[in-house]
Design a protein around this ligand. Structure first.
Ligand code: E4P
Length: 225
């Protein structure tokens, strides 16, 4: 399973890359706005750190506009993947861009039928938003399972990026379902390795180390009991 980081924050990305846990990055207008930097500059900076796919979203909604914008994004970094909205115009743009070798990530997927259409259009990735579905009392992870079943039935190559992740359990459930990728916000990523019993266990072991007689220093007599 691949981990993408769902952030445009350079420090958070650096930390995950250092750990060897960042296979890619997803951004959106909200995440870009939080960084208060120019869009092109920020994406180029991310691309210096991340070798995997970097999803970049634009602000146009017509097929022509999306295609034009996608070509500009590709000049920012070669590993840019263009986020395309799940609309009629978006699907038209996906077909054109993929034919030209520009990878697309169809975003704002909330139903299996949308994911089926995106795969038929040739999208490289789809992003089902699990957290936003859970927020309105729907079952986000069931959507992921449905999409994976449909894609397996027909051998679609489109990869499923589980998006709008709110907690570590979403990542675990995505892994259990067999999703290709989870795109994880930095704060959720940090929570994935935290456990109070791990901290408590480490404190206890450190205390117990203090009770163990120290080895004699080389060439001298030890004071061990
Ligand atoms: C995915 O590509 C989106 O950037 C993201 O996962 C949306 O998450 P949110 O619902 O927390 O805004």
């Amino acid at each position: 399973m691949k981990f993408f980081l769902d952030t445009a924050n350079l420090d958070a990305i650096r930390r995950a890359v250092e750990l060897g846990m960042c296979d890619g990055v997803t951004t959106n207008p909200t995440l870009i706005a939080q960084e208060m930097k120019k869009h092109d500059h920020l994406i180029s900076e991310i691309a210096k750190i991340v070798k995997g796919p970097i999803s970049v979203e634009g602000d146009t909604d017509t097929c022509d506009g999306i295609v034009k914008e996608a070509k500009i994004f590709k000049t920012w970094a070669p590993n840019v993947v263009v986020k395309v909205p799940m609309t009629h115009e978006g699907l038209k743009a996906v077909r054109i861009l993929e034919k030209e070798g520009i990878h697309t990530n169809v975003t704002l997927i909330f139903s299996p039928s949308q994911a089926l259409l995106a795969a038929k259009a040739g999208a490289s990735y789809v992003s089902p938003f699990v957290g936003r579905l859970d927020d309105v009392s729907e079952d986000g992870m069931q959507l992921v399972r449905d999409i994976l079943q449909i894609y397996r039935n027909y051998g679609f190559k489109t990869q499923v990026i589980v998006a709008s992740i709110r907690n570590p359990n979403h990542v675990v459930e995505a892994a259990k379902a067999g999703a290709d990728i989870a795109t994880v916000p930095a704060d959720v990523f940090a929570k994935m390795w935290n456990h109070p019993l791990t901290d408590k266990g480490l404190d206890l072991f450190l205390e117990d180390w203090k009770k163990v007689p120290k080895p004699a220093p080389k060439g001298g007599k030890g004071k061990g009991k």
